[in-house]
Each structure stands twice: as structure tokens, then as C-alpha cells.
Design a protein. Sequence first.
Length: 294
Amino acid sequence: MRLRHIEIFHAIYTTGSITNAAKILHVSQPSVSKVLSHAEMQLGFNLFERVKGRLIPTNEAELLFGEVDKIYQQMRSIRNTAENIKKTDFGNISIGVTPALGFDILPSAITEFQAMHPKVNFTIQTVHNDEVTKALFEHKCDFAMLFSPPTLAGITSQKCACSELVVMYPKTLFPDRPSSLSLTQLAEHTFIDISDSGPLGDLLWKRIMEEDVTLQSTIKVHTYFIAARMVAKGTGVCVVDKYTAMGNMSDEIGYASFEPQLSFNVSLLHLEGRSLSRVADDFIPFFTAQLEPK
């Protein structure tokens, strides 16, 4: 039996007539009759007998219906799934994200999106600039969101926002809560150095060289989160991206910009020549909206 045969047979069996079957399938009665006749010819036996204007299933049809119904339910499930995908009510999104965006930006975007699309599944992993190529080509993530990524072969990069490096400081060190600070002012305090911090570290290092400033660094860490927590304990000051600063604010911590600003781009990366899924495309505006300055 072909799928069309199964659909017609199931409709007639459950509704009891060609007329009703035609109505629920939104086709003409002659079309239903033609498909039924073809199905019976292919099978080599009748599926229905006419009794007082109704179609009564034959014994062969009774034996066949159980298996047909299983296939019909699977067909309906496929249609429902396809419809849900079209409506972005169903799907999977795998995201690679720089750790700094995991404090507040990504959780806020997912929470807002899932309030409207609760059946969408998310898989999240943190990636750094030197890991993103492998993550994308091995399909560990559909797309990645990184700070100032380099140009990479086979990967498309799209600028989504612009942010800046800021100074996080204990308010006891700068009780007047300045909106901007200079490297010279930081030189008077313990500086928490973030080693191997990629392009943002290079951005800061270039400014340090330009201004010929020496920072007092007795503490080196490998993550922005640890640096932010050290500041919260009053250990010293650190330079992080603004998203990390905003995601780790407390009554004891303040942050200030540089003058002039140390700006960088936030970019979305995905494989070149491979389009994103509909559900991923619909999620990205939620993500990028959170990147805008608050």
C-alpha cells in the first residue's frame, strides 16, 4: 500500500463513508473512490462492502487496520512536527559562547525566548577564539558568539554589537565612583592580571605600551570571572569586558570606562555556505537584543 492508500483507507474506516472521508481530507468524493479502488486492486482483495449506504470493513480490512493505524499515527506525528518547526515551537539550538556572555546575556536571552517557545531545546558550551573553528566544523555548535574573532577560513563572521573594556574596582578605592579611569590611576593599586585573554588582552596591552605605564601585578588568573570575584573581595582592580562587569555587580563593586574607550566588536560566527535552522535564526535577535547597551 502506498501512503495515499493508507490515508484514504484510514479515513473511510474511521468515518464510515466516502463522503465523510472526502470532507476530512479536503478532496473530492470521486478522488477518494478512485484511490480506494486502486488500493483494493493493488492488494488483491476488497477493503469495504456496501451495506445500506454505508461502507462496512471486510474481515481483511479489520486485520489490516491495526498496522495501518500505526503508520497513520506516525504520518500525523510527522505533519505535527513539521508544523511545529515552521512555527518555531520545536527544535534544537547549539550555541558556542565566550564565557563572559554566560553571566547574564545568554541566560536572559534564552529565558525570554523560551517563555514564547518552551519546546525549543538549548545546548550551550563555552568556547574561546582559538577553539571556535574546531567547534563549528565538528558541528558541536550551530553558531558561536565571540569578542573580536580573527578572520577564519570557511567561517562567516557577522558583527552584532560593539562593547568596551572597563575597569572593575572596589568602591573603597574610588569612593567618588568615577565614570572613567586612566591606566596611570590604576598603577597606584594592585592589578589583577588576566593571562592569555586573547584579542581583548592584546587590546589592553597595546594601550599599556602606548601610554608607557607599569601596572603592579602580583596576581594572575585565567578567567574574567575569578578576576571579578577577586575585586569583590577588595583584592585589587582588574580590566574586563563590560558584560562581565555588569554580570558581577554588587554594592561593593564599581566599574569605569577608559578615556578614550577601548572598544571591540561582538560577532556571530557560523559555517560558510551552511544556513542556520529556522529556530536558530529566530533566536538570534533575542540574543543580540541583550547585547545592546543598557
